[in-house]
Ligand binder design. Structure first.
Ligand code: GDP
Length: 334
């Protein structure tokens, strides 16, 4: 990346320039230490222009139909004059060697439209770093005037929590069969869901999807008993035929309207900001500890000792923190 002029980049983003948006996102995704202060400066500059969009998280196991769904929904929303940004949280490259959500051929119709900006998942091994890049990309798109932001994640556990911490409404896309609904319950993902859509309700599968939706409703009533409890809305849809997509979108908007009417949208976002602050402190501290010279000098042998059981994990952590504290004392003698 050539020398970065943050003021010009900010102006470009606020003017909605696609080139500026792309460069700004590349900046916040960058792993280069000298890019981080520039990225922070950019985020600070655009923040007053953020917050107005509908922020929706979408999760579901691979094959549930997320990209087909987002593609079809996005095209519909753009038809109605919305601008739709899609970003992803997917640090799965850690295990698979490739990103599940990073494939550029997904959402081809949506990607081709002017009203859309589809960004594949940033690369990175640590969920914290990937989540930060995703969150900042979301803010960039908001500042650029995108009124709907979809944050996609693959349903493999921790990612969902990261996404639920940056959106207003969390949509779980599921499918009938294979015990998928129950797996969702076990993993606690269902507890995060504000709307649940059973996808692929078309052709021979329509009946099974309806049964799955009914079973989920029963399960939700057992999990969340009581008259005044707000349970997630459960619907069926077909991303392929488009049936039910408008209803799913309406359920998302209804959920958000409900939050706004209660004043809890502001509370939710305030809590997200607070959590985010501490998540950043955690991430910075961990980086600082890992990068400190004394820790680097001892961490290889210590890791081996902990792995083989010669040193306990607790003792290992104490020695790491002790080395870091010693480095701190050396660098700032009182
Ligand atoms: P993702 O991994 O969750 O993004 O899932 P994809 O969107 O790639 O979809 C996985 C497969 O399911 C593809 O072959 C899609 O064509 C198919 N699919 C997605 N949505 C539907 C649907 O509503 N009905 C049917 N019959 N197939 C669908």
């Amino acid at each position: 990346m050539r020398e970065i002029d943050v003021a010009a980049l900010t102006d470009g983003v606020l003017a909605g320039s696609r080139a500026a948006i792309a460069r700004a996102i590349t900046l916040v995704e960058s792993h280069r230490p000298d890019h981080r202060p520039k990225a922070s400066e950019l985020v600070r500059a655009i923040t007053p222009h953020t917050g107005a969009s509908v922020r929706v998280g979408i999760t579901g196991v691979p094959g549930a139909g997320k990209s087909t769904f987002i593609n079809a929904l996005g095209v519909r929303l753009i038809d109605r004059e919305h601008k739709v940004g899609v970003v992803a949280v997917d640090p799965s490259s850690r295990r698979t060697g490739g990103s599940i959500l990073g494939d550029r051929t997904r959402m081809a119709d949506l990607t081709a439209l002017d009203g859309a900006f589809v960004r594949p998942s940033p690369s990175g091994k640590h969920l914290g770093g990937v989540a930060r890049a995703t969150r900042e990309s979301m803010l960039i798109l908001e500042a650029a005037g995108f009124g709907v932001i979809i944050v996609e994640t693959v349903g493999v556990g921790q990612n969902e929590i990261a996404v639920s911490e940056m959106v207003d409404t969390f949509l779980l896309l599921t499918i009938a069969g294979a015990g998928d609904q129950l797996q969702g319950i076990k993993r606690g993902i269902i507890e995060l869901a504000d709307v649940i859509a059973v996808n692929k309700a078309d052709g021979d599968n329509e009946g099974r999807a309806k049964v799955a939706a009914r079973d989920l409703k029963t399960a939700m009533r057992l999990m969340l008993p009581g008259k005044d409890v707000r349970r997630p809305e459960i619907l069926t849809c077909s991303a392929q035929t488009g049936a039910g997509l408008d209803e799913v979108w309406q359920a998302v908007l209804d959920h958000r309207a409900h939050l706004e009417s209660e004043g809890s949208l502001a509370a939710r976002r305030a809590r997200q900001q607070e959590d985010w602050m501490w998540a950043m402190v955690d991430a910075h501290l961990t980086d600082a500890v890992r990068d400190s010279p004394s820790v680097r000098a001892m961490v290889h042998d210590l890791t081996e000792a902990v792995r083989t059981g010669r040193t306990s994990a607790v003792e290992g952590s104490e020695r790491i923190l002790g080395s870091y504290a010693a480095d701190l004392r050396r660098s700032s003698p009182s």
